[in-house]
Design a protein around this ligand. Sequence first.
Ligand code: FAD
Ligand code: SF4
Length: 352
Amino acid sequence: MTMLLPKFELHQPTTVADAVALAKKFGADADFLSGGTDLLPNYKCGLNARKHVISLQHIDDLKHIDATSIGAGVTLTEIEHNTDVPAGVREAAGHIASPLLRESGTLGGNLMLDNRCHFFNQSYFWRNSLGYCLKADGDRCHVVPKINVDGQSVLNDKVCVATHSSDLAPMLIALGADATFIGPDGERTVKLNDFYYGDGIERYERKPGEILVKVTLPEWALNVRSGWKKLAPRQSIDFSVVGVGIALDLDGDKVSKLRVGLGAVDTTPVLFDYSGKEARKAPHHYLLVDSTKDMPEVIGKALTDELIETIATHVQTQAQPKLNVPMAPDYRKKMCGVLTRRLLKELRDQTA
Ligand SMILES: Cc1cc2nc3c(=O)[nH]c(=O)nc-3n(C[C@H](O)[C@H](O)[C@H](O)COP(=O)(O)OP(=O)(O)OC[C@H]3O[C@@H](n4cnc5c(N)ncnc54)[C@H](O)[C@@H]3O)c2cc1C
Ligand code: SF4
């Protein structure tokens, strides 16, 4: 079946200020476009297409990259090959999609990626035959059809559990990244971990018309070991169905910092901060991952195989994948533990 782009008016500003002004003018009728590798396939499927598209491709201010600061317009290929940025960030970027898509896809598009679900990422024809769903054109969820409200099992017309599938988000969260936005109300910087919140439709707290401008890493992120592993049906092109990014610091053989970012198992990336300083915002009442629950003590302890097993088991136990992307949830849950274990061992055994 041929899937055509719906008609829209393309705007091509060259400054952030002009892009923000256009976003303010067109409001809910506009989308930003960066590399287009996520937005345009969604438009072809008739998923929430808008009448105005504001391209960010010609804004040079979004394209700066150095060791601790990456502009939203920097391509995944540039991140992959920039040896100044932490290894985990390069690895995560280098495993996204395919080489061709990484040439166009950007950091901004990756962090603002729409959530995915079998029942959503389909053609209009396909979705029409099923009767649509909450995330586009419909009024119910096919993954969690019923919810319990005040003791009664009722139709779920409230909560979408579509999966957050960005590879860079969990890695950058593990490395303590901040995100800077510019919008009609000015500039603000937030912890990237705090930015992601809510269900598969809401998924982040972006104010109307805001552009993600850059991501900034703390200095400590340059001095820790970091790495990334993902599970995907085909490593050569597919989205993650589990992604694990780890930032680890050792003092001798003892853990002095450990942050695990888990992706593709919930409606947002999930941070497990074993250093105990940063917690995920209270999860949505329907979302089951609570990374702080039963958290083991690891700081100051030797990173033995036994401790690694404890950490991997904790991540696996808390992870709650849903049946809405490829591969069975119980297998993906187990792989959360497997990938955490493998990556921790690799990072521990690296020569410092
Ligand atoms: C076959 C295939 C495989 C893929 N595999 C993976 C994968 O393995 N891992 C993965 O993480 N992704 C994957 N992707 C998704 C996508 O290619 C990447 O996430 C890419 O980084 C998206 O960037 P983009 O610039 O193309 O985004 P776009 O498509 O341009 O935009 C995506 C979203 O972000 C918004 N946006 C973009 N920039 C900004 C900004 N600066 N401020 C505010 N909003 C913004 C857009 O409005 C849109 O909603 C895959 C895509 C395809 C088609
Ligand atoms: S999880 Fe979200 S996208 Fe999937 S069927 Fe339910 S409402 Fe639709």
